[in-house]
Design a protein around this ligand. Sequence first.
Ligand SMILES: Cc1cc2nc3c(=O)[nH]c(=O)nc-3n(C[C@H](O)[C@H](O)[C@H](O)COP(=O)(O)OP(=O)(O)OC[C@H]3O[C@@H](n4cnc5c(N)ncnc54)[C@H](O)[C@@H]3O)c2cc1C
Length: 474
Amino acid sequence: MFDVIIAGCGPTGAMLAAELRLHDVRVLVLEKETEPASFVRIVGLHIRSLELMAMRGLLDRIVQQGRRRPAGAYFAAIPKPAPKGLDSAYAYLLGIPQPVIVRLLEEHANELGAQVRRGCAVAGFEQDDEGVTVELADGEQLRSRYLVGCDGARSTVRKLLGVGFPGEPSRTDTLMGEMKVGVPQEEIAAKVTEISEPPQRFWLRPFGEGVYSVVVPAAGVGDRAEPPTLEDFKQQLRTIAGTDFGVHSPRWLSRFGDATRLADRYRVGRVLLAGDAAHIHPPIGGQGLNLGVQDAFNLGWKLAAQIRGWAPETLLDTYQAERHPVAEDVLDNTRAQMELTSAEPGPQAVRRLLTELMDFDEVNRHLIEKITAIGIRYDFGEGPDLLGRRLCDIDVKQGHLYGLLHRGRGLLLDRTERLTVGAWSDRVDHLADPTAELDVPCVLLRPDGHVAWIGDDQQDLDDHLSRWFGKPAG
Ligand SMILES: Cc1cc2nc3c(=O)[nH]c(=O)nc-3n(C[C@H](O)[C@H](O)[C@H](O)COP(=O)(O)OP(=O)(O)OC[C@H]3O[C@@H](n4cnc5c(N)ncnc54)[C@H](O)[C@@H]3O)c2cc1C
């Protein structure tokens, strides 16, 4: 009997397993593939995800494996630099191969004691009042208290759950891949600049070591069901640019559509959904993996609290209440970005207008805070603007705030030095620090780093400790 079975060991499943293990939850991750994915796709970790990694002490390991890039120019690839003074200690994008990030998260989960079984596909399940019986493709049955489907866009768990997945089917196909080129960088840059006016779904971006990320429309390329070939890329490049840039040695080649869908529900009883299993959208802006990892970060401590028995009654339901609107917003911004890459005159005019508007700092800042997920504010009710937002990695007397969050517990950051977490000390830490870089007296942080309370009154604090961390121990 496990506490939680996770279907799928992609970035979302691995992150969730690690978060649950921080609270000693017995976790089994079932992954249908026998080996980790072999194709190398470089994804971008945006600011909020880098912050999460810092909160769990993983960032140094991850940064070593990636390449730092400027944080700006990701919204519809409009080439505007990030506004100055972005409110984060980690204001960059980290380009990192997806298999590397999955491996590092899986290692982290393993180190914390999660079990991962490869070559095991979830094929069915039944839930009852006590738990879930999970059936594998080979007929083996396993039992757990909860099941989480982190099994990607074609999620078996979501389908079996009968949860609706409304949205739009794919209309526009794009080829995307990584490969080497046979001509000098300056030549490519000049051609790309020339062809990108008017802007369209076409770019070649250097990723180092002579490797380029290549994006080109797929219009006219054969069977959608078949993976694209290097020859397809060459042909499309010749059509759009008059040259194939001598592309060769592909690392991976793929074709993606702009299907955009969002699960109606993230939870049905003891079964939950996270990551691509709950939402899909085109990869423009590079948000999908980030969104999934952030789902896992939101869900992990809540599900652990439920299993440990201290969760307030509605805590687990706040997962959907908080994350569904975030996904809705990401889906919308990718819809908008896809429109902005259309070669039609109308969208091109809107793109020119938006490009002008992005010269206003507020507009540029708003878009980048959206795409990097640092602008998220959960609805925790009336209160100051900071309530419901994430707290940055501010300086505290012991160093950096995020260094105090590695264990995934709540934290009272107390500048008054007269409050206490009392009987909640088994799940909430207390740092009395009058020098903390805060312009409010005290904040209560949830394990995901979001501000759950602001104030200086003990009774009010106790009420909020109860709201988020349940009945006090003993
Ligand atoms: C071309 C392209 C470029 C992208 N670029 C970016 C980017 O720059 N930044 C970004 O944030 N995102 C990007 N994405 C999106 C990102 O890759 C996904 O959002 C991310 O992989 C989702 O992670 P996940 O763990 O939810 O699902 P997945 O990565 O799909 O993992 C699901 C796992 O579940 C397993 N599985 C499936 N079914 C079962 C089953 N029945 N039982 C057990 N295991 C099962 C699968 O084998 C897989 O390992 C891109 C996507 C594409 C297509």
